[in-house]
Design a protein around this ligand. Structure first.
Ligand code: BYC
Length: 325
């Protein structure tokens, strides 16, 4: 079903309908699930919202790894709440995707069979507690930079899901920065751990925004449909400009010898990530891809009894309702 949905190209669509649709987008109207939309628009949304949902769910794994080893009860409670929020974000997003006619099960099967992606960042390991600080500060920081404009995306259910998610993401970023602050102001060993975490997460965080604009295949059409509001490079630049002063405040060094303030553009010049590494990671060859997919597969297999029970219960209730009518 998912494969069918993503294959159907918008070849035979009525030009008048297409023009009217584009006029609505240009006027800033929101598109709602039952309204007419081009197949390409629907297909792009299913891909982006589905991948975003998968990222939220897979994103629980690197942080969940540290819940049992958080240094204090307070840190444990905060991390537990954050990881639980990510599950909620995944659910809002799967619900938004379902309004486009694809089920959560189909999306999960597409993830497990390798047809759908999730964010590259979650294929990097969290080796120690400082990494949890770096994830909150940099990964959630990058996620917010990308998601704040998506609150204005043209598809109503996606836009509304983003509004709720962004509120929680800003708390997530602050908890990460708070961990980094404690580590950076701690013993020399703790500061060195914070610096090491920044060194390892800096370039993978820059990759979260996607390939450079010249290699982004979807940006032009997605921006014309206001599914995306900014290009990948625009958001990456904003992220660097926002994060460099935060690193300075922590007394940490961004691991980029080319980093320098460019007065003319009013932003930092910085080194591009290693794009060959990015493309390898999204092909499935990153440090933790196999581990992440194994965890998702295990959860899917072990949850089968519950899904079946739930469906049987729903079918029974529906049959009872029909009999009573
Ligand atoms: N990872 O044409 P492009 C989070 C793929 S985490 C993997 O520029 P597009 C969280 C792309 O899918 C963040 N794949 O694509 C934080 C495409 O391949 P396909 C999740 C990537 O879609 C903390 C190809 O590369 N956020 O929320 O226009 C804890 C060409 O790229 C990546 C979202 O998903 C990547 N980084 O732009 C827990 C935000 N980048 O699909 C959770 C919503 C690119 O043709 N998504 N690709 O096979 C977006 O804004 C856009 O989809 C992107 C990419 C900016 C990510």
């Amino acid at each position: 079903m998912y494969a069918q949905m993503v294959k159907s190209e918008a070849t035979t669509e009525d030009p008048e309908k297409l023009a009217a649709f584009q006029a609505r987008i240009d006027a800033g109207e929101k598109i709602e699930p039952k309204e007419w939309m081009p197949e390409g628009y629907r297909k792009t949304l299913i891909r982006q919202i589905g991948q975003h949902a998968h990222s939220e769910i897979v994103g629980q794994l690197p942080e969940g790894n540290w819940i049992t080893r958080a240094p204090t009860l307070e840190r444990k409670a905060i991390l537990l709440a954050k990881v639980q929020d990510e599950a909620g974000h995944g659910l809002y997003l799967y619900c938004a995707a379902e309004t486009l006619g694809v089920s959560r099960d189909e999306l999960t099967e597409a993830l497990l069979s390798g047809k759908m992606k999730y964010s590259s960042i979650f294929n990097y390991p969290t080796l120690n507690w400082a990494d949890i600080g770096a994830v909150g500060w940099l990964v959630d920081g990058a996620a917010i930079m990308n998601q704040v404009p998506l609150q204005r995306t043209s598809f109503g259910p996606y836009s509304r899901a983003m509004i709720r998610i962004c509120k929680e993401e800003s708390f997530h970023q602050r908890q990460g920065y708070d961990i980094m602050m404690k580590m950076a102001q701690g013993s020399p060993e703790q500061k060195a751990m914070a610096q090491d975490a920044l060194n390892r997460f800096w370039y993978p965080s820059l990759m979260m925004f996607g390939p450079s604009d010249k290699d982004s295949v979807h940006s032009a059409q997605s921006m014309a449909w206001k599914i995306k509001i900014n290009t990948n490079d625009e958001l990456r630049q904003k992220f660097v400009d926002q994060t460099v002063p935060q690193a300075e405040y922590l007394g940490l060094t961004i691991p980029d010898p080319e980093l320098s303030w460019n007065e003319e553009k009013g932003g930092y010049d910085f080194s591009e990530p290693d794009w060959s590494e990015f493309f390898e990671v999204i092909k499935g060859n990153g440090p933790c891809n196999a581990e992440r997919m194994e965890a998702r597969q295990k959860a899917w297999d072990e949850g089968a009894w519950f899904r079946e029970g739930l469906m049987a219960h729903a079918a029974k209730r529906a049959a009872r309702k029909i009999a009573a009518e």
